[in-house]
Each structure stands twice: as structure tokens, then as C-alpha cells.
Design a protein around this ligand. Structure first.
Ligand code: PA5
Length: 424
């Protein structure tokens, strides 16, 4: 389990502090399935379900792709891509020599980005994993049409063998296409929304192709969800959810998630979607933003230290770094850096993190620290389970349905009408 340290927020809490009784009620409503959006809580049992059903087929598909292709093109947007990208950047930021490169497309409408990716793929052998629960989202559907054409040009009548679809079990255009063309398909379960789907085939197939040990991820996630069922203020998900809600009630309406590992960047994007789409509704919500430290201390650091006092800061820290790099000693000491000679880079980074924490607290920014043992499969699983559970609890505590997203329809309606979609 992750550990949450609330000490950096304690002097900012209002009233009696985090309301653990409310967190307990929210957790109970969630697990009894009596809360808002209760038909979308399947993510709680998802790791075990995956182990019992699709995991072997996912591993088989990944093995096939890895054996014949140097690239996998993952087509999807929002919850249909951010988790996989977060996992791959966190755990495999640099592909190994036998790992296909995973490209993400269909997450926007930029012609330039699309052309750049096509150029990067060049004459590499590639497979496509198209991911869309609804099957109707414009961005991935448009990219998929383009990549089907590219596959047809490259592989002719064998093109269909290079397509893997991840979509609804029964409904939707993508499901119909998959059935008609005989593409292997994986399921986005009915009771799991896009942003809670990373531990389904949505995340697992791209992760497995990238060389991540998804069996380890799933086994760890099964244990994590069991551990997080703890009904006590010791539960880190209660601590995080209750602390955020307490600070929000005191006017801290923006949360910045920071990490000292650049490879965490897309995990933060995944987190932003999870919390932004789950909580930002009915005129309520904490705005999720992210920073990468120490880089952003030299850009956003000024704002964090002295801007409007509406920020709370949550920092993800990994207890052990993967690599040790001691600073060399130099007799001449011309650069004046001998005061860190012999120390490991990770130690220096930890000292910097402590210094930043103290500075930001003294500047009026409540600080929560989320500690994960290692940047590995188990650490990833721990973060996913923790953030998902805390998000649901926090959403219920604030009185919203954390599992819907009615607000995203507004732009789609306008766009479809302006593009002349029939019936729009
Ligand atoms: O969390 C969500 O439900 C959304 O972010 C969806 O994942 C996103 O809109 C993509 O939808 P779809 O998978 O239906 O293409």
C-alpha cells in the first residue's frame, strides 16, 4: 500500500481536521453499491476478473505482436489511452532492444502529430490496437480509418490480422466492425468507465506489448484492493480523500500533483483525468493540475510559493530509485560542487524534496505526501488502486456522482453539428 503523510497539511486543516467518519460512509456506500453511479463500480473487482478471464489472451496477443512488429499503434483518447501511456512512461520510459515502440494516436485532431507519427513508424512492421468503449468517439475513429488504410497498403489482404480491438462486449460500431472483419477483440467491461479501465485490456495489452509484466501488475492490484478495504483512518485512501475535501472546504480549490521522477509525467495526466472528470461537476470540484519537480520549480515554483493561496500540493515520492549515481569528487573543485561529492543523486533529490516541502508549507501551501516503495509493477499497481479508490470516496464525500461525465457532451454536440454529421 502507498503511505500518505498528512503532516504537511495539518496546520491548514479546518475544524476537527479530515472527516474520517464521512470517508467511512463514502467507502461503505461504494462497496455496498448503493451510491450514485453504482453501475460503474466494476473496477473494484477488475484485477481478479482479468486474471480469471482475458489475461491469458492478452498475453498471447502481446506475444504475437512482439514477435512480428517493431511498433504498436495504440488508438484511443481519455480513459482509453492515458493509463497505458502513464504506465509505459513510468515503467519503460526507454524501450528495451526487443520491445516494440508504442505510439499513441487518436488522442487529438492534430494533422501534424498524425503525420509525424506516420513518419516515425516509417517502414517498420506494426500492429494496431484500437480502443474505444463507445466506438463512436471522433478522434480515435478518424485515426483508425487512416491507419486501416495504411495497414491495407502495407499488408494487403493480411491487414485485418494486424488489428486488435478493445471495445464494448456487445454494442457499438467498433464491435460490429471487429465482428465483421474477424479482429481479435477485448472487452471494456460494462461496469467500468473509461478513466477507471487501466487494469482491463485497455491498459494491459499496450503495457504487455511494451514489455511490462502485466501479470505482476494484476497480482499486485488484487492484493492492493484487498489491503485498501481497511475500514479505518489508517486507510491511505481515506486519508487522502478526507484531507483533500477538508482543504477544499477551506478554499483550496486547486490541487497540484507533483513528482521528482520525469517518467511520472503521464501518470499525472492519467490522474488529472481521473479526478477532473470524476469530481468536476454540479459546480463543485478541485481543479487537478500537475508539475514535474525539480524542473517546474524554475517555472511554476514562483507561483506556488507566492501566488494566490488556493493551491494544495500532493507529492508522489518513490522510496527507492532504480539507479544509484554518486557524484564524483574533483580535486580542483572548480565548479564548487564538492559539498555533494560522494553523495548519491537520489539522496540529493530527497533533500531537495524536503527543502521544497518546507518552503511551500511556509508559503501557505498545504502539502500531502504519497509514498510508493519502488517505480516498478507493484508500485504502479499500488498507485492505480489507491488513486481510484480515493477518487471514488472523495467524489462521494463531495456529493457528486464520480462515475459520469455529462459535461463532455456539450462540445461534441457542437462539433458534430458544425462538421455536418447526419442527425447531429
Ligand atoms: O473516462 C471516460 O469515460 C472518457 O474519458 C472516455 O474514456 C473517453 O471519452 C473515450 O471514450 P471511448 O472509449 O468511448 O472512445
Amino acid at each position: 500500500m502507498v503511505k500518505v503523510d498528512l503532516s504537511g497539511a495539518s496546520s491548514f486543516f479546518t475544524g476537527a481536521g479530515p472527516d474520517f467518519a464521512a470517508a467511512e460512509r463514502a467507502h461503505r456506500v461504494l462497496s455496498e453499491g448503493t451510491g450514485l453511479g453504482n453501475d460503474f463500480i466494476g473496477w473494484l473487482g477488475l484485477p481478479q476478473r482479468m486474471k480469471d478471464t482475458e489475461l491469458p489472451a492478452i498475453l498471447e496477443a502481446a506475444k504475437l505482436i512482439r514477435s512480428r512488429s517493431q511498433a504498436l499503434v495504440v488508438i484511443g483518447i481519455g480513459g482509453s489511452y492515458l493509463g497505458a501511456r502513464g504506465a509505459i512512461e513510468l515503467l519503460k520510459p526507454i524501450p528495451g532492444k526487443d520491445d516494440p515502440k508504442v505510439f499513441f494516436v487518436g488522442n487529438g485532431l492534430s494533422a501534424d502529430a498524425l503525420c509525424d507519427t506516420i513518419e516515425l513508424i516509417g517502414d517498420k512492421d506494426f500492429d494496431v490496437n484500437v480502443i474505444s468503449k463507445s466506438g463512436t468517439t471522433l478522434e480515435p475513429a478518424a485515426a483508425f480509418r487512416i491507419f486501416r488504410e495504411l495497414l491495407a497498403k502495407k499488408y494487403g489482404d493480411k491487414a485485418d490480422e494486424h488489428i486488435f480491438a478493445t471495445t464494448d462486449a456487445k454494442r457499438g460500431v467498433l464491435k460490429s466492425l471487429a465482428d465483421a472483419h474477424g479482429w481479435p477483440s477485448f472487452v471494456v467491461p460494462d461496469d467500468v468507465g473509461g478513466r477507471f479501465s487501466v487494469l482491463s485490456a485497455v491498459g494491459l495489452l499496450p503495457m504487455a506489448v511494451a514489455g511490462i509484466d502485466v501479470e505482476r501488475v494484476i497480482n499486485a492490484a488484487i492484493e492492493e484492493f484487498k489491503a485498501l478495504d481497511l475500514r479505518s483512518p489508517e486507510n491511505p485512501a481515506w486519508q487522502y480523500a478526507a484531507a483533500r475535501q477538508n482543504l477544499y472546504s477551506k478554499g483550496y480549490g486547486i490541487e497540484i500533483l507533483g513528482c521528482y521522477e520525469p517518467s511520472f509525467r503521464f501518470m499525472a495526466e492519467w490522474w488529472k483525468q481521473l479526478y477532473g472528470e470524476s469530481e468536476g461537476k454540479d459546480g463543485k470540484g478541485i481543479f487537478p493540475a500537475s508539475v514535474e519537480f525539480t524542473a517546474d520549480l524554475h517555472s511554476m515554483g514562483q507561483f506556488i510559493q507566492q501566488g494566490p493561496r488556493t493551491l494544495m500540493e500532493s507529492i508522489v515520492r518513490f522510496e527507492k530509485s532504480r539507479c544509484a549515481y554518486p557524484f564524483p569528487f574533483e580535486e580542483a573543485n572548480a565548479d564548487g560542487l564538492n559539498y555533494i561529492a560522494g553523495r548519491d543523486m537520489a539522496e540529493v533529490s530527497n533533500i531537495a524534496a524536503d527543502a521544497v516541502k518546507a518552503a511551500h508549507i511556509s508559503g501557505g501551501v498545504p502539502n500531502l505526501v504519497i509514498t510508493v516503495p519502488k517505480r516498478d509493477e507493484e508500485g504502479f499497481a499500488a498507485l492505480v488502486c489507491f488513486f481510484e479508490l480515493a477518487c471514488a470516496i472523495s467524489g462521494y464525500m463531495s456529493g457528486v456522482n464520480p462515475f459520469d461525465q455529462p459535461g463532455v457532451e456539450a462540445y461534441k454536440k457542437n462539433m458534430f453539428r458544425m462538421l455536418g454529421k447526419p442527425g447531429a
